[in-house]
Design a protein around this ligand. Structure first.
Ligand code: F6R
Length: 608
């Protein structure tokens, strides 16, 4: 995650850009920079390290200008150096970027053939150069951006500043948030409304695929295809607190929508995006190659993340895994293998049962690793090594973005373990890393199906019981789907391994009972689909979550299909999280429940 700001107006902008960046420092702080346009032309100042370094540089070497953009960086491609700090610029354009451009190498290769050479190791460089080539070929700034955006694969929040046009900023959003602030003869741009709170409370949020042409008086918002779209202007409450719902009705909706970015951010911690290899920053107090056994323990949704990881570690690293809910594990007194690793998973890092399970394992002489979101938590403090999930604070009680961040981190650890244990060749590991790198944009695409999922949620809201089915690594997704639905909509739901259907639950199936089948195309899909047809033959109402190949395979007779983009089967459970979350969310909204604070629940369960 990085932070972006922009100001276009009537007063000097440099100090105000820095002030806005201070409010975004929580998003990244390994380097920062601003660019402005003044009588001397396009100019920038950048500095490695915290924002104070940039502020001191500006004191000694100020920047004039009534228009500018700024960035605080959390390094992904290329180290945390001044030359990799944003803005990236040419003589014609400066750009700041939050996100990951998956195809930057292809773009740079193309540009290099025309003599456009990168000045940094970042993926963002490809955007600055592509726009410059368009400008050199005679395009206007607006045309240059319009021609560039469709070439970018991946996630981005972007702001552009053009030499020679002090009345124009262009912004674009795909998978990384952007808010536009409306002032008096001034306009502002920020990664969130919190950054803009000192300047204005009048905010318009860009939606996925939007881009905006901003002048001091006016904002024109266009969709991906360049058609003008209306986005409401609203009064933000962001000045009061860091937590703000943006233009979402609930925190849960906001947190679901944030996942292209939170998955990217987590990924960037574990993966060296320049070499497309897993590169763990943590020094490991154990050797994956030598481990005798892995024990994973957690509660609720975090436990289901562990369950997915069991399939992965066994298959891709040939590492034997036990997974257990912490509340059972802690009292069972399980014998633990010598030189074994216990991995606890927790968003809050404070869950009492998970902490007790950790302490039991530590007493038994296990290596202790924690996968946590809250870095200062007790679980983090008591572990030998801490793997972070970098999804920011999760406010909605039902866990969403923490789950996908946990899966993303776990997938990275699986690749590291598979390589260390000699199970994954370098090329196979690269294939899996690529699948992860392509995931954030697939999540963005999946989120675009929200409207049709909302339609299906209307059906679920009428049911009193819902069955979720999945097989293999999709079985935990069936469990997670059922948990999400029951905790926020209060509708009874069960998750089952599809193969278990015949052993009891099929007796429940009748016309009243929706059955959600999670079956993206993989080597088990055919079997799951045959279970699905058994349900359909008994009058059960199927909602099938699959991809285009699955739709073709499912044949006629399944009317309710949620079609997801096709991804590598390795990452399919992460992508499938999106429709199950959206289905639960919209069902709860139809039911009129308190989505963010469902009855009887708490965000952090610090008691038994
Ligand atoms: C479900 C949910 C809970 C938590 C569980 C563990 O949506 O949020 O099931 O996953 O209470 O909490 P953490 O991850 O904080 O240990």
């Amino acid at each position: 995650m990085c932070g972006i700001v922009g100001i276009i107006g009537v007063e000097p902008v440099a100090n105000r850009l820095v002030e806005a960046l201070r409010r975004l420092e929580y998003r990244g702080y390994d380097s920062a920079g601003i660019a402005t346009l003044s009588a001397v032309g396009l100019d920038r100042r950048r500095a490695e390290g915290k924002l104070n370094n940039l502020a001191s540089r500006l004191e000694n070497d100020p920047l004039d200008g009534l228009i500018g953009i700024g960035h605080t960086r959390w390094a992904t491609h290329g180290g945390a150096t001044e030359s990799n700090a944003h803005p990236h610029s040419t003589d014609k354009v400066a750009v700041v970027h939050n996100g990951i451009i998956e195809n930057f190498k292809d773009l740079l290769e193309d540009l290099e053939r025309d003599g456009y050479l990168p000045a940094s190791q970042t993926d963002t460089e490809s955007i600055a150069l592509w726009v410059t080539r368009e400008l050199d070929r005679g395009a206007s700034p607006r045309e240059a951006v319009a021609a560039t955006l469709p070439r970018l694969r991946g996630t981005f929040g972007l702001a552009f500043l053009f030499a020679g046009d002090e009345k124009l900023l262009i912004a674009a959003r795909q998978g990384s948030p952007l808010a536009i602030g409306h002032g008096q003869e001034e306009m502002y741009l920020g990664s969130d409304a919190f950054a803009l709170a000192p300047f204005t409370k009048q905010i318009t949020y860009l939606e996925e695929g939007d881009w905006a042409v901003i002048t001091p008086q006016k904002v024109e918002i266009l969709d991906f295809d360049g058609r003008p779209v209306e986005r409401i202007r609203q009064v933000s409450s962001a000045s009061a607190a860091l937590a703000d719902k943006g233009n979402h009705r609930h925190f849960m909706a906001k947190e679901i929508a944030e996942q292209p970015e939170t998955v990217s951010h987590t990924l960037a911690h574990y993966i060296d995006l320049s070499n497309e290899t897993v590169s763990l920053r943590e020094s490991l107090p154990f050797d994956f190659a030598e481990l005798s056994r892995l024990t994973i323990t957690a509660c609720g949704t975090a436990y289901y993340a562990g369950l997915v990881a069991k399939y992965w570690f066994e298959r891709y690293a040939r590492l034997a895994v036990d997974v257990d809910v912490a509340s059972e594990f802690r009292y069972r007194e399980p014998p633990l293998a010598e030189n074994g690793l216990t991995l606890v998973i927790s968003q809050s890092g404070e869950t009492a049962d998970t902490l007790a399970a950790l302490r039991y394992s530590a007493r038994e002489g296990q290596h202790i690793a924690a996968l946590v979101n809250v870095q200062e938590s007790t679980i983090a403090r008591e572990s030998h090594v801490v793997f972070p999930t970098l999804c920011g604070p999760e406010i909605g009680v039902a866990s969403t973005k923490a789950f996908t961040a946990q899966l993303t981190a776990l997938a990275s650890l699986v690749i590291a373990a598979g390589e260390a244990r000699g199970v994954l060749s370098a090329s196979r590991a690269h294939e899996l890393v690529r699948a992860l790198i392509e995931l954030p944009s697939a999540i963005s695409e999946a989120l675009r199906h929200e409207k049709s999922i909302e339609g299906l949620a209307r059906q679920l809201a009428r049911a009193s019981d819902v069955l979720y089915l999945g097989r293999g690594q999709m079985f935990p997704l069936a469990l997670e789907g059922a948990l999400k639905l029951k905790e926020i909509s209060y509708i009874h739901a069960e998750g089952y391994a599809a193969g278990e259907l015949k052993h009891g639950p099929i007796a429940l199936v009748n016309e009243e009972m929706p059955v959600v089948v999670v079956a993206p195309s993989d080597e088990l899909m055919e079997k799951t689909l045959s279970n699905m047809h058994e349900v359909a033959a008994r009058g059960g109402k199927i909602i099938l979550i699959t991809d285009a190949e699955g739709v073709a395979e499912a044949g006629d007779g399944i009317s309710d299909i949620i079609e997801m983009p096709r991804v590598h089967p390795f990452v399919a459970p992460i992508l499938a999280s999106i429709p199950v979350q959206l289905l639960a969310y919209h069902t709860a909204v139809f039911m009129g429940t308190d989505v963010d604070q469902p009855r009887n629940l708490a965000k952090s369960v610090t008691v038994e």
